[in-house]
Design a protein around this ligand. Structure first.
Ligand SMILES: CCCCCCCCCCCCCCCC(=O)SCCNC(=O)CCNC(=O)[C@H](O)C(C)(C)COP(=O)(O)O
Ligand SMILES: Nc1ncnc2c1ncn2[C@@H]1O[C@H](COP(=O)(O)O)[C@@H](OP(=O)(O)O)[C@H]1O
Length: 334
């Protein structure tokens, strides 16, 4: 475990133009734990709770939203009196962006690692260490997404947690041919347990705690992408990487000092991979705001946020502090 030092430490800080500067740092004041985000990362992570809080506050104060009928069982406003286009589940970004969100996450991740020189030669499909480790991080995050929202040895964790907290599928009678066919094809367990199955037979999820799948997916996808591209963006903008990592001997080092990459230099254009990923992050933040304003309760949004944050922390922060984890998953930009 690293010990807290109270003396003034003097060490070399590489700067992006290749020269190095000597800095006097009061390490008792410096952000020196590899378990913690850098100041910039901290600010970026704060954007999420800020969006959720401001969005929820807006929904409480905006008169048209307050006067609309909120249907708790569908976690949304009645579409006939919905206060805005984005308050309807059928809005174009929900249907073509969030509902297939992992396709966008996968596409932008692949474009990023194939095109950006910090991962390997651009558009040359060579398997480099950085590409392999980035893919491992992506697959770890994808596994979390699958377990939470798609499948976890049966129903996904979000559906299971809904049941654990007392929720169930209340039957709203639907006699359509399609609904009857669905009912006949489903086993009992599936009928009871999954949100999709409940909806398919004309039922409604009611009673338990439903972690917001939208909040979870949008935060997981956007945080994964900006964690992957931030070091390259900082180098292009000529800024210093302020992350710290723990070496095998327990000494805490600056990530900038550890980086051997010379593939990205100051003033280098961001490139199509980072620009596309930035677009996906931007849309995710917009849809997170819309979800915060028009869907779910405070607590459902909070749990979606906490689950996504935990996954990001394990995959992107634990390797900074534990060298054995770093040797497998790597750290973006190192
Ligand atoms: C060296 C280079 C090697 C490169 C190797 C690449 C390896 C790539 C592996 C690819 C695996 C990724 C798998 C991607 C799968 C998809 O894209 S799935 C298709 C899209 N589906 C979705 O995105 C669904 C998203 N929706 C949801 O999760 C939920 O609907 C919701 C948003 C959480 C809401 O839930 P509700 O129940 O609807 O409320
Ligand atoms: N920003 C948004 N725009 C449109 N619909 C949203 C939304 N956020 C949540 N929803 C809808 O609210 C329900 C619960 O969302 P979730 O649990 O994923 O956060 C889902 O409905 P459906 O399951 O009926 O499609 C989802 O489509």
């Amino acid at each position: 475990m690293a010990t807290r030092r109270t003396t003034n430490a003097k060490f070399e800080v590489p700067v992006p133009n290749g020269k190095s500067a000597t800095a006097n740092l009061d390490s008792s004041k410096a952000r020196s734990s590899p378990w913690l985000p850098s100041a910039l990362e901290g600010v970026l992570f704060l954007v999420y709770p800020l969006i959720l809080i401001l969005g929820s506050l807006y929904s409480n104060f905006d008169p048209s939203t307050r006067n609309a009928t909120y249907v708790a069982d569908s976690q949304s406003y009645d579409p006939r009196t919905a206060p805005s286009y984005f308050a309807k589940k059928s809005n174009i970004l929900n249907v073509y962006f969030v509902k297939v969100g992992w396709l966008w996450a996968t596409a932008s991740f692949l474009l990023l690692i194939v095109s950006h020189p910090s991962f390997g030669p651009s558009f040359d499909f060579q398997v480099t260490r950085r590409r392999a480790q980035a893919t491992l991080r992506f697959l770890s995050i994808t596994t979390v997404w699958i377990f939470l929202t798609q499948w976890f040895f049966g129903p996904p964790i979000i559906d299971r947690s809904y049941r654990w907290t007392g929720g169930q599928c209340a039957m709203i009678q639907s006699d359509s041919l399609a609904a009857q066919q669905e009912k006949a094809e489903m086993g009992d367990a599936e009928l009871i347990f999954t949100h999709a199955a409940c909806k398919a037979i004309g039922g409604a999820w009611t009673g338990g705690h439903d972690i917001s799948g939208h909040v979870f997916l949008l935060i997981l996808c956007s945080a994964m992408l900006w964690q992957e591209f931030l070091p390259a963006v900082l180098r292009s903008w000529g800024q210093r990487d302020a992350r710290v990592i723990a070496a095998a001997d327990g000494i805490v080092k600056s990530a900038a000092a550890e980086s051997t990459s010379s593939s990205v230099t100051a003033n280098q254009p961001l490139g199509v991979g980072i620009q596309f990923a930035m677009g996906v992050v931007g849309l995710s933040l917009w849809m997170l705001l819309m979800t915060a304003v028009y869907f779910h309760t405070w607590f459902e949004k909070l749990t979606g946020f906490l689950v996504a944050l935990t996954a990001i922390y394990v995959v992107y922060f634990v390797p900074r502090a534990i060298p054995a984890a770093r040797s497998v998953l790597g750290v973006p930009g190192l």
